[in-house]
Design a protein around this ligand. Sequence first.
Ligand code: HEC
Ligand code: HEC
Ligand code: HEC
Ligand code: HEC
Ligand code: HEC
Length: 458
Amino acid sequence: MRPKITPFFLLAVVPAAILLALTAFTLIRTLPQEDLKGKYTYKDFETALKCRSCHPGIYEQWSQAMMSQAYTHHWDEIEYFELAVPHAEVNPSLKGPVDGCNGCHAPLAFMGGTLPPPRPEEKSMANESVSCEVCHLTQRAQTDPPFNFSYYIVPGQTKYSGRLPEIESPAHKIVQSDFHRTTEFCGNCHNEQNPYGIWVKSTQMEWKEGPYAAEGVRCQDCHMPKGGPYQLALMGKTVDDARLHLFHGAHDPGKVRGTIEVRIEPDIRLAEPGESIVFTVALFNQKTGHKFPTGSVEDRIAWLDVEATDAKGNKYHLNVDKKGFEGEEYTISGDYLAYQDMGIPLKIKDFKGVQRDGIPFGNRIFRMPYFDEQGNMTIMQWNTFSQGVDYRIGPRETKVEKFTFRIPYEAAPGEMTVHAVLNYQLLVKPVADYLKVPSDESAILVVNDHSTKVEILP
Ligand code: HEC
Ligand code: HEC
Ligand code: HEC
Ligand code: HEC
Ligand code: HEC
């Protein structure tokens, strides 16, 4: 039987259906960049190896940078395949956001492959990670601020670049693009909002609020410094101001080293056992254009460790003085369990978590904690429901910490050296150990150190 088109149907059902369709449409189409999912095929893009045949120097620089390994790097593979993908299987509403990991880590797979993409060992185009094509086909940002792979991209033989070539390339056309000289270009992937609407990455926005934006010093100036003489392409021009594709960041110990300057001084130079000396440590961020740490803040831990050594070589650990701000307990290391939400994708019932910090107790930590819905700390940024106190060191900011140290009665008379060191780990060690992430990801990087001396009276 065919349904009759009655006046009721025309006046009530049709408008209601249209309204419903419209709401569903706006709910699904919240971000223009979601349209990129599956829009193209792998064949629409060229591999970086092809670019290499004429741009060998830039290729070799890029191939040593993390952006060429954004899909294949061990920790990325572990977090994506052992936590994120299984989490979306348990909770299907996460399928979109977890597919979205690839929007930044494996854009070619996001635009033209299957999701989840094949594992790195299967060597699909997902392994291209953030390749030449991803950046040089990008024309603009689709949102303001740029975030969550908001790049507008059209595959083809027209590449976009900050510089207009003087020699025509036999392989492609070049369109000069001022957009490539902006920080919004990087912000397309270096700002990220998760399904709860939390900014889980905000490097470009941190930059924008800081002193370097006002001075016009952009991401490219520190991560793609100008250098030469350098040949831009085989048979191409040699220039003195080539944009080197170094993209060195937290995985380059040399880039991290010296980022923060550390100075320590005592309030008095002479003390008897039982007396207290107050040591003041100043930490000045001289190098980063954003906060330190930035980016994957949920994984990172930077901590200040202060230790005294007396004339006989006995060592004493100094605890940081509390300042009394809200949430301070997350900035002083101690014996706490955290990261219980890893139990969901790992399918461990009532997972009790692992140690929160994995460093000596009583140290000051420079971090911003991410919390899940239950209020436990999490490294699963997509599962972040709220963030705690932001105790990171801003660009050109100086943090001052005090350590009140009561000289122990057993301390040997004579010279006592007090050493302050700022350490950095890309991934908190208890999590790295638990998930069997290769140890380079949790190796201790020394950012900086300084020492001072006091005299202990007999
Ligand atoms: C057959 C050689 C060849 C291949 C292959 C090639 N290029 Fe080029 N490319 C050139 C030449 C030549 C220039 C101009 C260099 C100059 O200005 O001196 C150039 C210029 C560029 C520029 C502009 C920079 C400038 O010099 O002003 C970009 C960006 C670029 N290429 C990207 C790529 C990308 C991405 C690929 C791979 C998809 C690629 N190229 C593949 C030869 C090539
Ligand atoms: C004034 C120089 C400077 C500018 C400008 C700058 N950076 Fe950095 N950046 C650094 C230094 C130094 C480090 C290494 C220390 C660290 O890991 O934070 C770094 C680290 C990073 C890291 C790794 C951070 C981590 O802890 O994992 C990323 C990602 C990054 N920068 C992206 C950007 C982006 C995107 C911009 C522009 C919005 C930018 N940077 C602007 C100096 C700069
Ligand atoms: C993360 C994004 C990104 C990736 C990946 C990337 N580039 Fe670039 N590239 C840029 C930006 C941004 C500029 C322009 C910087 C400026 O003009 O300030 C640039 C400039 C260039 C230039 C011109 C250099 C100059 O001094 O003007 C060439 C040539 C080039 N890229 C080739 C490549 C090749 C080949 C690859 C892959 C091996 C590659 N790029 C990967 C972002 C990228
Ligand atoms: C298409 C997305 C995308 C764009 C555009 C992009 N990045 Fe990245 N970038 C990434 C991803 C993903 C990573 C993380 C790599 C990994 O898995 O460790 C990353 C990592 C980095 C790092 C960290 C390296 C380290 O040693 O830890 C730096 C520095 C960086 N990017 C700088 C830049 C700069 C500067 C620009 C703009 C010129 C830019 N990126 C544009 C996606 C992007
Ligand atoms: C908006 C772009 C974007 C999205 C979406 C995104 N990431 Fe990232 N991811 C980045 C950037 C940029 C970095 C590098 C930040 C830094 O160096 O501190 C990064 C870093 C990481 C790292 C740390 C790499 C390292 O070696 O330290 C892991 C692991 C990671 N992402 C996994 C994921 C997973 C899993 C998802 C999806 C749930 C995801 N990412 C979604 C941009 C993105």
